[in-house]
Design a protein around this ligand. Sequence first.
Ligand SMILES: Cc1cc2nc3c(=O)[nH]c(=O)nc-3n(C[C@H](O)[C@H](O)[C@H](O)COP(=O)(O)OP(=O)(O)OC[C@H]3O[C@@H](n4cnc5c(N)ncnc54)[C@H](O)[C@@H]3O)c2cc1C
Length: 387
Amino acid sequence: MTIGASDYDVAVIGAGPAGATAARVAADAGCRVLLLERAVLPRYKTCGGGLIGLSRAALPVGFDVPVRDSIDRFTFTLGGRLSRTWQTGSPVIDLVYRDELDAGLTALAVDAGAKLEEGVTVNGLERAPDGATMRLRTSAGEVSARAVVGADGTSGRSGTYVGVTLDQIDLGLETEFARPDPAAGDWAGRILIDWGPLPGSYGWVFPKGDALTVGVIAARGNGAATREYLAAFVDRLGLTGTPELRSSGHLTRCRAEDSPVFRDRVLVAGDAAGLLEPWTREGISFALRSGKLAGSAAVRVAAATGENALGFATAGYRAGVESVFGAEMRAGRAFHTAFSRRPAWFHAAIATAPPAWNVFRRFVTGETTLSRLASHRAVDLTLRALS
Ligand SMILES: Cc1cc2nc3c(=O)[nH]c(=O)nc-3n(C[C@H](O)[C@H](O)[C@H](O)COP(=O)(O)OP(=O)(O)OC[C@H]3O[C@@H](n4cnc5c(N)ncnc54)[C@H](O)[C@@H]3O)c2cc1C
């Protein structure tokens, strides 16, 4: 197969939430868009598939979200102990299978006019000598585009090309269990969050109707201890011996505050840019929102004929990323540092104090954000004291 020599205005690498969104936005603006995806869709992605309020708000209007369960009960434990369940009254998180969500978002990009090439891996990119286009070397041949959105996730090529720098890397491990025995718990509409034994770690149980996703996340570099945490967590849940559909692991990465988000005519978005909430490692809303910004900026990059216009377009993208995510990630780092040092304090507050639980609930629904919370003097002082 060949992807042809014809030039595109915008080439997007990766059809996750960031890439599918960027491709749709650029195609909607009238650009000739090529969306390159290494896998064949629908493809599996290690992810809890939890859509918090910010994620739902960032989805395209009218998008038929493939919801597998909606959550109105939260159980919190600390290392499997001190269990407390809160009710929210109405659903506050939707749970999806990522293969279904991402295939749906990609279909919207194709409907908007983007050309999708699946099973095509981008192996390298370089600026053409004329400066006006980028050349992409792919498993299906070479292609050029006036702008590139790198949305190829945590281990893609585009982050390396741009020189993205990171200040937090974590390893997430997940097992999907088929049709859990009712004796293993009443999970419909309920998620469990366990504050874990390793600094900054936590575990989760996310029900998906016919399956349960059980996962843990901790700083990279503690692979054996993270696997032990998952095994002990699964055992405590009474799921040992339940048929496993799949077990997998994936990194999450948070950008350093001064990390670049572009180089030449390449803009990075989502995980490729290290855009992720450092405390909860929520990344779908970051991917959707940065995909939207990158898609719009790519339209301007594609239209830029000289270095000045290109500089304006890329600086605009950097400013957009800082304005949407800068304060949010700074606050997330502060929460992550305090949580890493004092998980028991966080558990005591959220599990036993209704005001703290209510703040957590409002963060999940999107009524408040970590940056708004951290801007309160009392919260700021508490986080500093805990850290
Ligand atoms: C264990 C775990 C649980 C998580 N749970 C949640 C959760 O519940 N809620 C939440 O909001 N976030 C969660 N996240 C984070 C979330 O999964 C990511 O932040 C999100 O997937 C980022 O989307 P993306 O589009 O940037 O990248 P991805 O979804 O990773 O998409 C990148 C795409 O690029 C493709 N690709 C890669 N390299 C190439 C290449 N060279 N050429 C062509 N294509 C390429 C890949 O195949 C992939 O389809 C979790 C992460 C982990 C690890």
